[in-house]
Design a protein around this ligand. Structure first.
Ligand SMILES: [Zn+2]
Length: 223
């Protein structure tokens, strides 16, 4: 099963994914030294998210052939929840030269378009040039730029060379896009004030599930 809906090319790079560190998240004026492995190390996926409802961007699970609670909420007609409509989001993979591992940057369509045009601009040089991937500004003024590092000092060149000929596997992106469990998605909807009993009559709140679990534990035979 794959939640990825499109990609630049078929590329390969192995390794286990540590979800705690795999995402490149930059604050204003922070940067990370990266090697751009190719012009195709990105994928498109479908997501839901609504800042106003405190529902953070997460993959739509409909491509896995299961009913997606967030799609149901988006199409429910309940006022405000149309904000959860399916959006295309993008993951770009870079070699992080400080951590020495492949990491991803998650972004919107417009950010992806901008970054891709930067990568294409440097296409002929990506095998010789490392970049500072830097965030400037906040809110709608936020921008992410690849700034070429003119001279690789110290062991940066060695770290850069380590990724020579590297490719990122499609499965890497799938490992990053871990779908939330049905209960997790329903819980965020419930917390956002969605009329659960109307649309998800079988939903049990977190509190009820915890009580049920405790009751089940008590029924287990003692050894
Ligand atoms: Zn969905």
């Amino acid at each position: 099963m794959s939640l990825v809906s499109g990609r630049g090319s078929q590329i390969r790079f192995g390794g286990d994914v540590d979800l705690k560190t795999v995402f490149i998240r930059l604050k204003q004026n922070e940067s990370v030294k990266v090697r751009v492995l190719s012009v195709n190390d990105y994928v498109e996926y479908l997501s839901h998210g609504s800042y106003a409802h405190k529902i953070y961007t997460q993959p739509c699970v409909a491509p896995n052939g299961v009913e997606c609670p967030l799609c149901i909420a988006a199409k429910s007609g309940v006022e405000g929840f149309d904000a959860l409509y399916v959006k295309k989001r993008y993951l770009f993979a870079f070699a992080d030269l400080e951590m020495g591992s492949i990491r991803v940057w998650e972004c919107s369509y417009n950010q992806a378009k901008d970054l891709l045009s930067q990568i294409k601009e440097y296409e002929d040089d990506i095998n010789e040039v490392a970049f500072n991937f830097k965030r400037t500004g906040t809110g709608t003024e936020t921008s992410y730029k690849l700034n070429p590092i003119l001279k690789m000092k110290g062991d940066l060149k060695d770290k850069f060379d380590k990724f020579e000929g590297g490719e990122v596997e499609l499965s890497f992106f799938d490992d990053v896009l871990v779908p939330r469990s049905e209960n997790m998605m329903l819980d965020v909807l419930s917390e956002a004030g969605f009329p659960m009993s109307e649309f998800f009559p079988n939903y049990l709140s977190k509190e009820v599930r915890e009580v049920n679990n405790a009751a089940n534990d008590e029924e287990e035979p003692a050894f």
